[in-house]
Design a protein around this ligand. Structure first.
Ligand code: C2O
Length: 495
């Protein structure tokens, strides 16, 4: 476990989390990377040290702190070619920021090309010493982290060229799993004591798959989504898309024994045979054996449009789609293995967008990449709609696509599967599924955080193949804020 002031070494190592050995790119030498843990309003100062040596994969890196808004510290957002140049080998980049009141469950990952698919992903939790949820639900333990990820036997270097060739080999839960036809590699065990209540923090570290998360014999009460506290919603299953997080309360109220934890991916291999896509919930006193439990019944389904924030705030702007200060349709397309948004495929600019702004560029006509930069005025209500218009069988041009906005979370005023909108009490989150054919998911946020912010599909392969735009929020203010003197406390010693 690392604290908010720490050193994170990015290294190559051979790992076999599912029984198959490959060279990986790892934070701190493990998969997933070490938990970064802090308290509300802590100053972060994380020195990312690039020690990469395996030239069969990229040797540069940068690290993004997913879900942290980076108010006044856009430069620390970690996005290669948006807010910084990639960190060269044998170099250190110190990320200094304060999450300014944000608490809950987050994660960090490489934001250089598709490097996080090679392993550089890990959990980040900000605890609140006066957590309203802790008292509301009286949990006995809030430290259980359950990461869900897909895993690939080939490096991203080999997988990048052809979108349709990218298929995960296995699902890892807390970094352990099995692949079809592979050895009975050890599975992750989540330990509980009968009679106690637990807050499980479920983190979607995925590069592509989304997971239907279930625990045999146990219901879950959702209390947090993407760092936002929610009113309790009791569910039997939870869809977790790449980039999304949930906290759920689970009561260990069943007979002492072993129970399957299941994360069924949308992509192959989507079976539980042989312990695929599984981990073990083990009660103290139970034998060290595989569970013999069966899935379901699944009666209570998660419904994002019914999830309510604990602290409700009416959505700014008018109470109808289109009644915001700025409305932007972001229409995805897919042609010959390349994604487009409004007919433009994102390509990395030669100079990071933030540096272009610092050099005086202000407007999309001056900012690269051409056609992928949207300028947003300050202090306005922005509404984004994502019409899933394509006629492919899965809808949404090969989706569902989980789209993520940096620098903000947003009110999901219209969720997937809904034609009506909610301006009274929708959930706020930072990653949302666009749904499928016929959906037109719509979100709102207020431009109160100057800087260029990436908006993209969190299926990392899709981002690589063009599914991204940059929201250049208040470029003039962004330039002014970057030129402020960096407070002394932010000057960390590099290694
Ligand atoms: Cu998880 Cu662009 O981010």
């Amino acid at each position: 476990i690392l604290g908010p002031s720490s050193q994170l070494n990015v290294v190559n190592a051979v790992v076999s989390p599912d029984g198959f050995s490959r060279s990986a790119v790892l934070a701190g030498g493990t998969f997933p990377g070490p938990l970064i843990q802090a308290y509300k309003d802590d100053d972060f100062s994380i020195a990312v040290v690039n020690q990469l040596v395996d030239a069969s994969m990229p040797l540069v890196t940068s690290v993004h702190w997913h879900g942290i808004f980076q108010r006044r510290t856009n430069w620390a957002d970690g996005t290669s070619y948006i807010t910084q140049c990639p960190i060269p080998p044998n170099s250190t980049f110190v990320y200094c920021f304060n999450a300014l009141g944000q608490t809950g469950t987050y994660w960090y990952h490489s934001h250089y090309s598709t490097q996080y698919c090679d392993g550089l992903r890990g959990p980040l939790v900000i605890y609140d010493p006066n957590d309203p949820l802790a008292s509301m639900y009286d949990v006995d333990d809030e430290n259980t982290i359950i990461t869900l990820s897909d895993w690939y036997h080939n490096s991203s270097t080999l997988l990048n060229p052809i979108l349709s060739a990218v298929i995960p080999n296995s699902t890892l839960i807390n970094g352990l799993g099995r692949y079809a036809g592979g050895p009975p590699s050890p599975l992750a065990v989540v330990n509980v004591v009968q009679g106690l209540r637990y807050r499980f923090r479920i983190i979607g570290l995925s590069c592509a798959s989304w997971f239907n998360f279930t625990v045999d014999g146990h219901r879950m009460t959702v209390i947090e989504a993407d760092g936002v506290e929610t009113l309790p919603m009791v569910v039997d299953s939870l869809p977790v898309f790449a980039g999304q997080r949930y906290s759920v309360v689970v009561t260990a109220d069943q007979p002492i024994g072993n129970y399957w934890i299941r994360a069924l991916p949308d992509l192959l291999p989507n079976t539980f045979d042989g312990g695929l896509n599984s981990a073990i919930l083990r009660y103290a006193g139970a034998p060290e054996a595989d569970p013999a439990t069966t899935p379901g019944p699944y009666e209570l389904e998660f419904n994002e449009s019914l999830l309510r924030p604990l602290n409700n705030a009416h959505v700014p702007g008018g109470a109808a789609i289109g009644q915001a200060d700025v409305h932007i349709n972001l229409v995805p397309g897919l042609t010959n293995g390349t994604f487009y948004i409004n007919d433009v495929a994102f390509q990395e600019p030669p100079v990071p967008v933030l540096l272009q702004i610092l050099s005086g560029a202000r407007h999309p006509s001056q900012l690269l990449p051409n056609g992928s930069v949207y300028e947003l005025p300050p202090n306005k209500v922005i509404e984004l709609s994502f019409p899933a218009t394509d006629g492919l069988p899965n809808g949404a041009v090969g989706g569902p696509h989980p789209v993520h906005l940096h620098g903000h979370n947003f009110w999901v005023v219209r969720s997937a599967g809904n034609s009506s909108a909610n301006f009274d009490n929708p959930i706020k989150r930072d990653t949302v599924s666009m749904g499928s054919q016929g959906d037109n998911v719509t979100v709102r946020f207020v431009t109160d955080n100057p800087g260029p912010w990436f908006f993209h599909c969190h299926i990392d392969w899709h981002l690589h193949h063009g599914f991204a735009v940059v929201m250049a929020e208040s470029p003039g203010e962004a330039a002014a804020q970057e030129s402020e003197v960096i407070p002394r406390k932010y000057l960390a010693t590099s290694t």
